[in-house]
Design a protein around this ligand. Structure first.
Ligand SMILES: *Cc1c(COP(=O)(O)O)cnc(C)c1O
Length: 403
């Protein structure tokens, strides 16, 4: 029996069954490559679901973690933490924000954003003004507020009652959004590009109209950049390509390039609503995670990562778009930077399994959309290797259909 199979058999007994796992037992990684416990190499175009944006084990991030680990792992937020202060400074310097709350995940960052929106609105308007409008097909995390905010029924099944105060409108439809705003609306929360919902881009000008709608009605605009932030779309944050600024932004996934950290960034005028004792997190922004995030952010900013993301994103997009002519089951290719989706007219899950067998990690979201989110450090040779594997799979499939 392979080492992998032994671990898979062992994992059945005591690990929660919350994930449908593929038969891969992870061992180590370097750059765009993940190795399983039997030494098989996989080209990683999932990158931990847009987390390993610098590839696996980027030397600068590993060094920062090693150095910090030998110095101080954790310290309560009752005290001041230099690494956290530096990270907050860097995030504010490069965004619209003035103040950062640190937590450990995307769901927690969104919880913090919703709490801030409610508290600010209760204090500055009235306590009944507590409703948040989000988009259909959105994804905002798995906590109760997260699934209440999420515009997909499948994450809510069996967990009723949902948290009150959320309405969902179609993503990209400004008229529907306008119609949904009522006297008790306090915020609009959107992903600038929807990730889990199928890599859905907003129509041109939509987010600007949303911003105007928020200004007109004194609503807070929350951008969930948990997946699209941190360089994924070719700018440090996705909103920077839209000519609008949010009031609140949430980050997590790639913020530390692997280690768990989340952040909720806001403007001073709103941030004051969360004073001492109103919100907190034991681990949030602890020295180890903050040091990892600081090193990661510096690499995004200083080592040409964003430029590479744009160049490689354009290259990959062009190649995938060409395939739309070649394979009749491809309906659409879309995305921005290295967040690309390929919509099929058939279920995509089978391709994901075949790709894994042939040494390629991709994923399928919203049933029919193959998602490509490789490390932002990926090179052209690796993209060509990916295309060769996937092209082989597509050609085999097409031939079988024509038989
Ligand atoms: C992944 C994701 C989340 C949830 O993040 P967790 O760290 O899993 O809690 C929230 N919003 C978006 C847009 C995401 O992609």
């Amino acid at each position: 029996m392979s080492k992998s199979q032994a671990w898979i058999d062992r994992g059945i007994s005591h690990v929660a069954k919350t994930y449908g796992r593929y038969p891969l037992v992870a061992d180590c990684g370097k750059g765009s490559w993940l190795l399983d416990i039997d030494g098989k190499q996989y080209l990683d175009f999932l990158a931990g679901v847009a987390v390993n944006n610098l590839g696996h084990c980027h030397p600068k991030v590993v060094r920062a973690i090693q150095e910090q680990a030998g110095k101080l792992l954790h310290c309560s937020n009752f005290y001041h933490i230099p690494q956290q202060i530096e990270l907050a400074e860097l995030l504010c310097e490069h965004s619209f924000g003035d103040r950062v709350f640190f937590c450990n995940s995307g769901a927690e960052a969104n919880e913090a954003a919703i709490k801030l929106a409610r508290k600010y609105s209760a204090e500055n308007h009235n306590p009944e003004r507590n409703e948040v409008i989000t988009a259909k097909a959105s994804f905002h995390g798995r906590t109760l507020a997260g699934i209440s905010a999420t515009g997909q029924d499948k994450v809510k099944e069996g967990f009723a009652p949902m948290l009150p105060g959320f309405t969902h409108v179609p993503f990209g439809d400004i008229e529907e959004l306008r119609a949904a705003v009522g006297p008790n609306t306090c915020a609009i929360m959107l992903e600038p590009v929807q990730g889990e919902g199928g890599v859905n881009l907003p129509p041109a000008g939509y987010l600007q109209e949303v911003r105007e709608l928020c200004d007109l009605n004194q609503l807070l605009l929350i951008f969930d950049e948990v997946q699209v932030g941190c360089g994924r779309t070719g700018s440090l944050f996705a909103y920077q390509q839209e000519g609008v600024e949010p009031d609140i932004m949430t980050l997590a996934k790639a913020l530390a390039g692997g280690p768990p950290i989340g952040a909720m960034i806001s403007r001073e005028q709103h941030a004051v609503a969360l004073g001492p004792g109103t919100h907190g997190s034991t681990f949030g922004g602890n020295p180890l995670m903050a040091a990892a995030a600081l090193a990661t952010m510096k690499v995004y900013l200083e080592d040409g990562v964003l430029e590479n993301c744009i160049a490689m994103g354009n290259y990959l997009y062009g190649k995938l778009k060409e395939w739309q002519e070649k394979y009749d089951f491809i309906v659409d290719v879309r995305g921005r930077g290295l967040m690309l989706g390929m919509e099929l007219n058939i279920e995509g899950g089978g391709f994901v399994i075949t790709a894994l067998e042939r040494g390629l990690l991709i994923n399928c979201t919203a049933g029919k959309v193959l998602r490509f989110v490789p490390p932002l450090t990926v090179n052209q040779e690796e993209i060509d290797q990916m295309l060769e594997i996937l092209g082989g799979i597509f050609t085999d499939y097409q031939e079988k259909q024509n038989d």
